[in-house]
Design a protein around this ligand. Structure first.
Ligand code: SF4
Ligand code: SF4
Length: 443
């Protein structure tokens, strides 16, 4: 039987062997941590502590500001030393709570709840109060995904176990080490939303995870595990919906338009821990890898730990390391400051050597059409980039540049080494800005 998949995509080398067999290690808190007030999609949280305040593990540092926002809790015991602008992995400075840690381990977690008797309202409230955000990259506050608009009928919740980015093995380790938490987390999502059917999609390059998760779900009649073809970007929401349900998410729309909500494996585990242990989002699970790091690891790290401390914990970097990326190699963000902190949704740190990042010189477009063939959204990257370069933003908008998910598939395949994603990102920002101005909104 053909494996389920989607149109387009590429097959980059996986490089997962570096860390796939390494169990999660718990990294101790560093001397100082940096907690940006905006670690989620939406409005920045409002600090509820000030310089000189003492904090404990799990105590509130910042309250959510409005509907699309999330509270922030302290991952450590210590003293607030400043609230000031600091570098973040996005590249932009942000208001950040700086805490000097101490040796204490007092924790102010919420009271545990019974996952069997908890009500849907209690699940949503707990997820909201725990400040959980999606672990798939966008860091969208999870409780909002659990409360879709009343006119949208949700039929399926899909857990994304693809982890299609090369190098990263965080979700894989969760599936291997905590399969019950994965299944219970999905069950909590289903209960919170009143949805009957849950699916878990896992790429077929992870047979051990498929076996373990299938076994963990064998008594759950409403949960089905799918083995999906290994292809980048199989884990993108629209690709996952198409592969598992056969439904097409319309351009510019969300999966809920076709009755589906996607959650990440790491998010399911975080929700389970918030319910069963009362634990807010104070720990980031991530893979530290690449040939440029001395001892690659899968780590559980206090949120706010500087990248430098994480790398030191992994033995430091090798002499031929030339590039540092937060996230995966396809969609991650290159870093220039080792003091940028780990955020709630940070999935990995890659330290790459010259050999790993080798890239030829950029040349003129060869008009080969390969970028068009591989784009999973059937866009024409070469045309969109040309319009952006010429400042023809109206045409770029007409040809769907705002739909682009910046997956990097086109850039990966381009024989002319044109930085297509950077151009697409630029074009998207400009087109959206123009659209907002035309709609009478600022910026
Ligand atoms: S980055 Fe955009 S244009 Fe390029 S393949 Fe991905 S969706 Fe298509
Ligand atoms: S893949 Fe690169 S060289 Fe080929 S058409 Fe697209 S932009 Fe041009």
């Amino acid at each position: 039987m053909a494996l389920k998949t989607f149109h387009g995509g590429v097959h980059p080398p996986e490089f997962k062997k570096l860390t796939e067999t390494l169990i999660f290690e718990v990294m101790p808190a560093p001397q100082e941590i940096y907690i940006p007030l905006n670690q989620h999609l939406g409005k920045e949280a409002i600090a509820s502590v000030k310089k000189g305040d003492s904090v404990s593990i799990g105590s509130i540092l910042a309250e959510a500001d409005g509907f699309i926002s999330a509270p922030i809790h302290s991952p450590v015991c210590g003293t607030v030393t400043s609230i000031s602008k600091q570098t973040t992995p996005t590249g932009f400075p942000q208001q950040t709570i700086v805490i000097k840690t101490n040796e204490q381990l007092e924790n102010l977690f919420m009271s545990p709840l019974n996952p069997k008797t908890i009500t849907p309202e209690e699940i949503i409230e707990r997820v909201k109060n725990a400040g959980i955000v999606g672990q798939g990259g966008a860091a969208f506050p999870t409780y909002i995904k659990l409360t879709p608009p009343k006119d949208k009928q949700i039929e399926f919740v899909i857990l994304n176990g693809c982890e299609c980015e090369p190098y990263l093995t965080r979700d894989y380790r969760f599936m291997i080490e905590r399969p019950e938490a994965v299944i219970e987390g999905l069950t909590l999502f289903l209960k919170a939303m009143g949805v009957v059917k849950g699916y878990i999609g896992i790429e077929d390059n992870k047979p051990e995870a498929i076996k373990i998760i299938t076994r963990a779900a064998e008594n759950e009649n409403n949960i089905e595990v799918f083995s999906l073809k290994t292809k980048y970007p199989q884990g993108a929401e629209k690709m996952l919906v198409k592969a598992i349900t056969g439904r097409e998410v319309p351009p510019g729309k969300l999966p809920l338009e076709v009755g589906t909500v996607i959650q990440n494996i790491g998010t399911a585990v975080a929700v389970y821990d918030a319910v069963v242990k009362g634990e807010p989002a104070v720990t980031a699970a991530l893979t530290v890898t690449g040939k440029g790091v001395k001892n690659p690891k899968n780590l559980l790290v206090p949120v706010g730990t500087p990248i430098k401390d994480v790398l030191d914990y992994c033995g430091g970097i090798n002499g031929d390391a030339v590039k540092l990326i937060v996230g995966g190699p396809m969609m991650g963000v290159a870093q220039f400051d080792l003091m940028a902190p780990i955020l709630k949704a940070t999935s990995g740190i890659l330290v790459l050597t010259r050999e790993e990042v080798s890239r030829g010189e950029e040349t003129a477009c060869l008009k080969c059409g390969q970028c068009i063939d591989v784009c999973p959204l059937n866009l024409m990257p070469t045309k969109l980039v040309r319009y952006t370069q010429l400042g023809r933003f109206e045409d770029a908008g007409l040809f769907g540049i705002t739909v682009c998910m910046e997956c990097g598939t086109c850039a990966y395949t381009c024989p002319a080494n044109i930085p297509l994603v950077q151009w697409l990102r630029l074009g998207k920002q400009r087109v959206k800005q123009i659209q907002r101005q035309q709609a009478g909104l600022q910026n």
